[in-house]
Design a protein around this ligand. Structure first.
Ligand code: TYD
Length: 135
């Protein structure tokens, strides 16, 4: 899978930490949208979709959460995000589940596209069919 963890430049000093993220530099796309999840139910599974066009970078800037990524062809990866200077790049057409949110988790998401509900695939079987090109 073409997922990858990205370590962002840290410009901290004695006054505290500072992490810098620039579109098309550390992030492999122009950032068009950001959203974030906080106060998530620790037993909830979010995501549960794939995107036909959007690429994402997920950064757990406080607390921790897990992300499971599937390619619809039998491959699966699980990432624990618990450091505010690490991002997980997820290219288009991968299935994503976010879960195991700590009570204090803040999951920041950078996206390559504006929101368009039509590019979301929310049924796993439909995703598998689209990825594998059969009906
Ligand atoms: P949803 O896709 O279920 O969130 P998650 O991926 O974390 O499980 O989105 C929840 C609601 O918010 C849903 O009604 C769609 C809406 N939404 C937007 O309007 N714009 C956005 O950028 C996002 C991410 C969600």
């Amino acid at each position: 899978m073409k997922t990858k963890l990205i370590e962002f430049p840290q410009m901290g000093d004695a006054r505290g930490n500072l992490v810098v993220i620039e579109g098309k530099k550390e992030i492999p796309f122009d950032i068009k949208r950001i959203f974030y999840i906080y106060g998530a139910d620790p037993s909830a599974v979010r995501g549960q979709h794939a995107n036909r066009n959007s690429e994402f970078v997920l950064i757990n800037i406080n607390g921790s959460s897990k992300v499971r990524v599937k390619d619809g062809k039998g491959n699966e990866e699980v990432f624990i995000l618990d450091r505010p200077y690490i991002g997980l790049y997820i290219p288009k057409m991968l299935w994503k589940d976010m879960y195991n949110f700590s009570h204090d988790a803040i999951l920041l998401v950078l996206a390559s596209e504006y929101y368009d509900a039509g590019e979301y695939i929310r049924n796993y079987e439909d995703f598998e069919k689209e990825v594998n090109g059969y009906e």
